[in-house]
Write a protein that binds this ligand. Structure first.
Ligand code: PMP
Length: 442
């Protein structure tokens, strides 16, 4: 038998362009980077170049690429039992749920597994509606919750616009964001107080008895990595209690070590009723997401059936990857590493770049979850790309960084620096040096 030949990068590219329909893009304009391998913090492109993956793909390879323990766990599970329906019990699924509840706040009891983030959000909303007997939802404009019908309606960013067919009962609000305050606030305290007053007014004017759920990201990610001011999430909790609304925190992007804590909500001592997760739970080696359910909500379905399920809920391959990911993160102190890198290298390094590059208007984040916001003018804060759009200047910086070996996530006028939680100080410094050079592309 002839030895198998590896297709060339050009052949892979051409085949992709011929047959793959790409997300969020005009098909004629997509220009995908061919990736043929990866390890740790690096991906390898079709020409054999090693790039620092400071995107963590879509912010999910928290344990890094091709971690041998996770790869081995998936292979072992595949040999033993590839798949089993959700109604049966299986060690990988049960152990994954146990490990997830172990990192959840006090009072959380059960895990409902999904295939990713959007369906986790769908089910959390459904649980809230069934629990309260109400329908309406509240979610933030600067937020992203997924691309299925309910999740895209809850999403506040411009990707919602073309898919929003008059989403009945989906009400959006402004969450705090001091750099571009909607409330003319000058301090975090003012921003927090005014954002909570705004949310209260919305609830009162819309009619409190109509709301089933408030959903928000503990730290909004895709929309710009904006840690809320101290007291905001506690204030939302108080409003939920006052008006009988279920509080859902979306930890799909910020969870599982990314912010230097297991869950981002730990930074704020916030305890919601439901928590959605995906991505970092198993570093995306096999698709997995889910809902962590507090005792109060779990009890609702103790004697009454929960009317929902998914064929692949708690898929053994995905759960085996979750077990290996979480256990390895514990054993190798990966969450502490994320906190340390953020405090000692990535955060200070970005702040230092901002001192030398006036195009950086704002630097924010924590752990290995950082954004820089680029502006044409620091005083007016005019963004370097319009809201909902892109610009040649942003593209020039991204492509110079990529040519020099750095991948970042780009959204509108922002670059997000979100490496795997295992990133070293040395790799972080290399990335900062490449970014420093790329900012000179302007
Ligand atoms: N919620 C948040 C906070 C997210 O960041 C994302 C994905 N970026 C989702 C939900 C949707 O997850 P998925 O793409 O797995 O459906």
């Amino acid at each position: 038998m002839p030895a198998p030949t590896t297709p060339s990068a050009k052949a892979i590219y051409d085949k992709d362009r011929s047959f793959v329909f790409h997300s969020w893009s005009a098909q004629s304009s997509v220009d995908p980077l061919v990736i043929t391998g990866a390890d740790g913090v690096h991906v390898i492109d079709g020409d054999g170049n090693r790039l620092l993956d400071f995107s963590s793909q879509l912010v999910y390879t928290n344990i890094g690429h091709q971690h041998p323990k996770v790869v081995a766990a998936v292979a072992e599970q595949a040999h033993q039992l590839c798949t089993i329906a959700p109604a049966h019990a299986n060690e990988a699924r049960a152990r994954a749920a146990e490990l997830i509840i172990d990192i959840a706040p006090e009072g959380f009891r059960k895990v409902f597994f999904t295939n990713g983030g959007a369906d986790a959000v769908e089910h959390a909303i459904r649980m809230a509606r069934l629990t309260t007997g109400r329908y309406k939802t509240l979610s933030a404009f600067r937020g992203y919750h997924g691309a299925t019908q309910q999740a895209i309606n809850l999403t506040g960013d411009p990707r919602r616009w073309p898919s929003d067919y008059g989403s009945a009962g989906s009400v959006h609000f402004f969450a705090p964001f001091l750099y571009r305050s909607q409330f003319n606030a000058e301090t975090d305290e003012q921003e927090c107080e005014r954002a909570l007053a705004h949310l209260r007014s919305l609830i009162e004017f819309e009619g409190p008895a109509g709301f089933a759920a408030i959903i928000l990201e503990s730290i909004p990610g895709t929309a710009g990595i904006m840690p809320p001011p101290a007291g905001y999430l506690a204030g939302v909790r108080a409003l939920c209690d006052e008006f009988g609304i279920v509080m859902i925190l979306d930890e799909v992007m910020a969870g599982f070590g990314r912010t230097g804590k297991w869950l981002a909500l730990e930074h704020f001592d916030a305890v919601p009723d439901l928590i959605t997760f995906a991505k970092g739970v198993n570093s995306g080696y096999v698709p997995l997401g889910g809902v962590m359910i507090s005792e109060r909500i779990a009890d609702e379905f103790a004697t009454r059936a929960y009317p929902g399920g998914l064929t692949y809920s708690g898929h053994p391959l995905a759960c085996a990857a979750a077990v290996a990911t979480i256990e390895t993160m514990h054993d190798e102190h990966v969450v502490d590493n994320a906190a340390l890198i953020g405090e000692t290298v990535l955060g200070p390094g970005l702040a230092e770049l901002a001192e030398r590059h006036p195009v950086i208007g704002d630097v924010r984040g924590l752990g290995v979850f950082w954004a820089i916001e680029l502006v044409a003018d620091r005083d007016t804060k005019e963004p370097l790309a319009p809201y909902g759009g892109s610009s040649p200047a942003m593209a020039a910086i991204a492509s110079r960084a990529q040519r020099n070996g750095l991948l970042m996530f780009q959204n509108m006028n922002r670059f997000h620096l979100t490496p795997p939680c295992i990133v070293s100080a040395e790799e972080t410094k290399q990335a900062l040096a490449i970014l420093d050079d790329a900012l000179c592309a302007l």
